[in-house]
Ligand binder design. Structure first.
Ligand SMILES: [Zn+2]
Length: 1085
């Protein structure tokens, strides 16, 4: 799924450049009861304690099954595997026999409490590209009043399925009722429901009299039927009774007699369910056609635990099976599923209204990858090099805008076949833009579903970052077709492997089709640097965590799984080298195809691939990065030609409590591969290397050619997932080098220096002014990456100074620094000009947004002029797509009511999702409190703003310094409505962070505490605690740094302005001070 990846990291108001990263969805209300037919019981108890535990199935080398009937724990003798590993064991055995040879693997036992990550928050509405909120966590699971996040977190959670019987084949028939007159002859109200009929062939692994599978919110039409398949048509029904166990979403079928080992049985269940509007399971979505008519579609989102809402099934990733699917639908619609259509639209019934579409069988796959769609959508199609049919679907009006995704999709699929050295396993690949979609996209095998902004691209209307967003998400989901779908994690504790991997190779896929975008460099500011901030909290968690209940599983779809996962896999790729990494991956995919695996299995094959080369023990290295939370910073001190390196766990707030001290027992030490160089060496492609082998301290040599006056640089190209701290002298030398000739240090290292220094300063490791010194050279910087890194770190100081007298000096300094870039790039954004590269376009948006944000007169005038031109004549939009986010925002920020109304009218009348998103964000840029208040009120009017956009409105207004207090009041005043109708419980973390991230006074602490004490909301405690923790860190930063930083800005601004002595006065100038007041402040020293 594309959710968190690169979307949740920019917690500090990452400026403009990024694609829209957040959109909202409406999530479900709490369900405490499932609508079941009247004769069932519901109970919260484990019914059959012998079988709900995870039971280990062992398989001898001869392929016969033995089952551990008692303990449910792995017995470590010989080669034992869970059932999910059987296929691999078998193939492994073959491989061993054929001389390739593989090591046995084991599954580590882990059962610990963990902390949780801070919720992701999007960028500010400063005029940059808006970031939409994407949601993956789902409410509605009932855990008997216990906070599920902490109570049940365990790998051997009692709600795991038994392995008594394993599914071998599903035959599914589904019929959604999308229009009011569907099934009018029925006595049931069928509108927005669906009928289902499923037959599951299962194989019995051990004698049992019960079969347990998942269902949720499905109504059974009659008793399930269970028959032996060996007895043929004459077989008698073994069914005796059934009941639901709501706590675990279990349907437990009790049989008249025991099932026999190695026999096949068939379970048949007829049922119906609601086509809900909560964006999970089998759900409904709608759009408005060009003629104004509202059209409905039926679609799905199963990951992680919602396939059970569409059909009774064994809804765990290791229960792979083949699927035969048929969908009955209206003749004027088309149906899609994972497999290609085998029989297209065969009439069914005699009224001519219904047809059936049958799909070819898809090989063994997990239930969470199922997909069914019924719609009136249109498509564009192409064929890959290997003859795979590739179609991209959208609502009919937008089908032109699928062209880029189609081209990118075909090219990237071709590339991944080569990269993985493994042919795409299905006959077709469909991709579809769904009007209402919770995540960014979902990788359902052969039928990838996207939100519109992640798939549709209109070159005349949408920006460069919109385009990159499409390419990146398409690449991510296609990577999953192999890594995730073909080979699937055994359990959700290895979600990170799935998502981290896709989030890494998505960059390789896009880099292949769009080399000028420099995706490998962008990785640093899109993935690695953002997640560093999240992962430096005491409340972070390891990438690999034991999870059980659906609520816990949902919780780990976060930036740690995606962005940290991607960052440590990139690091590993660098350690092993590309050839070894790819070879290992190919082993992994070949051996595990159509089966499951875990992290250790990947480490095993990578170690094997590396055996004759690097001789790295991959598991030993990677366990330190996956089993303990956080990451180190390595401090260097130099003595002649020798460096002493000391590693330490990095925390934004060194005083914060680390919540998982027992986790992984790695002692907060890591295996760190140090890549370094120095001024006389400057070898960035083949730098010097040294290992820190999980030891606190190590000495390394700078080599003979190191000169006493040279600077040195560590973590070349920021391949390592750690921060670097230097001795003061070296920091100074690096600053000096940047000022004298910054190009001597490559682009990505310039960005890394800035990101490291500011974050080390924020944590009190180095002086804030040491970090600020690195920004002095920026008047000469013309590259996107260092600027992007700078704007992110400066946004923290901007937040801190938003209510402090240092704001004026900060503003003046930033204007001085950005001016040369602003002047050079200017307002002309001709995308056909070859010198106007993709990253130049990104850089321009940054320059303009920053200049306007800090009030540069020329910038504001240009933006306002363009906005005014558009208001005068809407027939032609004079604002090029890239400049829209800046101009819309500034036009409204510096305009009045008319400008806002114009924006509102544009927002309301466009059907392009990216365009709507830009307007929604810009409308929050107003500085008129009454306009912002009204905008907030609009957000609760369903006629004006969809529920999907309402939460974004609140967030965008909260990002505006003028709107922050209004948004805060609004949330408190409308608490019940937001909570009950807008799933505020799900969005509270992101909203609360937007509201409080600037807090830095004792009064703020009192306010937040007071707010919390008024509302006894245990589920929100974690979020509030994080805000309090962050606020205390901010208070400490202000006490230690604010005044020195203010003075630093004054001095740095004055430098070059006039030949004057440094400002040393601590008298406090006002936030709105003018240049003359700075001068007078200076002369008073
Ligand atoms: Zn994914």
């Amino acid at each position: 799924m594309d959710v968190a990846y690169s979307y949740f990291g920019d917690d500090d108001g990452n400026p403009p450049n990024s694609p829209e990263k957040f959109t909202f969805i409406e999530l479900q209300e709490h369900e405490t009861e499932s609508p079941m037919s009247s004769n069932e019981t519901k109970t919260g108890k484990v019914l059959h304690s012998g079988s709900v535990k995870k039971v280990t199935v062992t398989m001898g080398m001869d392929g016969t099954l033995e089952i551990d009937k008692e303990s449910g724990k792995p017995v470590r003798k010989g080669m034992y595997c869970s059932h999910a590993q059987m296929l691999f064991v078998f193939i492994t055995a073959c491989i061993i026999i054929t001389g390739v040879g593989l090591l046995a693997f084991y599954v580590p036992d882990r059962c610990q409490d963990i902390g949780a990550t801070e919720a992701p928050v999007a960028g500010e509405s400063t005029g940059g590209e808006p970031r939409e909120l994407e949601v993956h966590q789902q409410a509605g699971y009932d855990y008997g009043g216990v906070d599920p996040k902490w109570a049940t977190r365990a790998a051997d959670w009692a709600g795991r399925l038994s392995t008594d019987v394993l599914p071998k084949r599903y035959s599914v028939i589904l019929q959604p009722f999308l229009t009011p007159d569907d099934a009018t002859d029925s006595h049931l109200q069928r509108h927005f429901t669906f009928d289902g009929d499923v037959s599951i062939k299962v194989e019995c692994n051990r004698p049992t009299q019960t079969i347990t599978l998942h269902t949720k919110n499905l109504t059974l039409h009659r008793n399930p039927i269970v028959k032996s398949r060996s007895a043929g048509a004459a077989a008698e029904d073994l069914f005796q009774s059934y009941k639901f166990v709501g706590e675990f979403d279990f349907l437990v079928i009790t049989l008249r007699e025991e099932l026999q080992v190695a026999q096949d049985y068939e379970i048949s269940i007829a049922y119906s369910g609601e086509l809900n509007e909560n964006l999970y399971g089998f759900y409904r979505s709608s759009y408005t056609a060009a003629n104004g008519e509202k059209r409905w579609i039926a679609t799905t989102q199963m990951q992680p635990t919602d396939a059970r809402r569409a059909l009774p099934c064994f809804d765990e990733p290791a229960f792979k099976s083949v699927f035969d699917v048929e969908i009955i639908h209206r003749a004027n619609t088309s149906a899609l599923s994972n497999g290609i259509e085998s029989v297209d639209k065969e009439p069914i019934g005699d009224n001519g209204r219904w047809v059936v579409t049958k799909f070819k069988r898809v090989r063994e796959m997990s239930t969470y990858l199922l997909a069914f769609v019924v719609s009136d959508f249109k498509y564009e199609q192409a064929t890959t090099t290997n003859g795979v049919l590739f179609r991209v679907w959208s609502r009919p009006e937008a089908v032109e805008n699928t062209k880029y995704a189609l081209q990118a999709g075909v090219d990237i699929l071709n590339y991944f076949e080569e990269y993985f050295d493994f042919d795409y396993p299905l006959e077709k690949q469909d991709m579809m833009a769904i009007p209402d979609f919770a995540a960014g996209a979902m990788e359902n095998w052969g039928l990838i579903l996207y939100r519109e902004t992640a798939l549709l691209f209109d070159p005349l209307l949408n920006s460069a970052s919109n385009q990159q967003r499409v390419a990146v998400v398409v690449s991510h989901e296609l990577a999953h077709q192999w890594f995730g779908n073909l080979v699937t994690p055994e359990w959700w504790d290895d979600l990170w492997l799935n998502e981290g991997f896709a989030s890494y190779v998505q960059y390789l896929g896009v880099d292949n089709i769009e080399p000028s975008w420099q995706m490998k460099l962008q990785f640093l500011v899109e993935e690695l640097q953002p997640v560093f901030t999240e992962d430096a909290l005491g409340t972070s968690h390891p990438v690999r965590v034991p999870v059980g209940a659906p609520s816990e599983i949902n919780e780990i779809f976060d930036s740690i799984s995606y962005e940290k996962g991607a960052s440590i896999i990139r690091m590993l790729d660098n350690i092993l080298t590309e050839d070894v990494f790819k070879e290992g991956l190919n082993y992994y995919l070949t051996e595990r195809a159509y089966g499951n695996a875990n992290s250790d299995d990947l480490w095993t094959v990578l170690t094997y691939a590396d055996e004759d080369k690097g001789k790295n023990d991959v598991k030993k290295i990677m366990d330190t990065w996956t089993l303990q939370m956080g990451y180190p910073y390595v401090s260097f001190t130099r003595d002649s030609k020798t460096l002493t390196a000391v590693q330490k766990h990095f925390l934004n707030n060194p005083n914060s409590t680390v919540e998982d001290s027992n986790f992984g027992n790695q002692g907060y030490l890591w295996y760190i591969y140090l890549l370094y160089t120095h001024k006389s060496d400057q070898n960035y492609d083949n730098p010097m290397t040294e290992w820190m082998n999980k030891e606190p301290k190590v000495e390394i040599s700078l080599g003979d050619d190191y000169m006493e006056s040279d600077w040195y640089l560590v973590n070349v190209n920021q391949y390592g997932y750690y921060r670097v701290n230097y001795d003061t002298q070296n920091w100074e030398r690096l600053s000096k080098q940047l000022e004298e000739d910054h190009e001597l240090i490559p682009i990505q290292n310039r960005a890394a220096l800035i990101d490291d220094a500011f974050n080390l300063a924020r944590a009190g490791v180095i002086e804030q002014t040491t970090a600020l010194n690195l920004t002095k050279y920026l008047t000469k910087e013309r590259e996107y990456l260092p600027w992007e890194a700078t704007l992110v770190v400066i946004s923290y100081i901007r937040d801190m100074f938003s209510r402090y007298s240092g704001y004026g000096p900060l503003e003046k300094y930033m204007l001085k620094q950005i001016e040369p870039l602003y002047t050079e790039l200017g307002w002309k954004d001709n995308i056909t000009d070859p010198t106007n590269t993709h990253l130049t376009q990104y850089n321009r948006i940054n320059a303009l947004a920053t200049a306007c944000q800090y009030g540069m007169e020329d910038c504001v005038r240009q933006a306002s002029d363009l906005y005014g031109q558009y208001m005068e004549d809407t027939s032609v939009n004079p604002i090029t797509p890239n400049l829209k986010s800046v101009v819309y925002c500034q036009g409204i920020r510096y305009g009045g009511q008319d400008e806002w109304e114009f924006g509102w009218e544009r927002f309301s009348n466009t059907s392009d999702s990216s365009e709507r998103s830009k307007w929604l964000s810009a409308l929050a840029c107003s500085t008129e409190p009454w306009i912002l208040s009204r905008f907030l009120e609009y957000s609760l009017d369903i006629e004006k703003i969809t529920k999907g956009d309402a939460i974004n409105v609140i967030r965008y207004v909260a990002f505006n310094y003028v709107g922050r207090a209004l948004a805060w009041d609004f949330v408190r005043a409308n608490w019940d409505t937001l909570f009950n109708e807008y799933s505020l419980d799900q969005h509270f973390p992101s909203i609360f962070k937007a509201l409080t991230k600037h807090c830095n006074t004792q009064y703020d602490i009192t306010e937040i505490s007071h707010f919390y004490s008024k509302r006894n909301l245990s589920l929100l405690k974690k979020t509030v605690d994080m805000s309090l923790d962050r606020t205390r860190t901010n208070i400490r930063w202000m006490e230690n740094n604010a005044e020195a930083v203010r003075i630093w800005f004054l001095n740095a601004y004055m430098e070059g302005k006039r030949d004057t002595s440094a400002v040393t006065s601590y008298s406090a100038p006002q936030a709105d001070e003018t240049e003359s007041s700075i001068v007078s402040s200076s002369s008073s020293a």
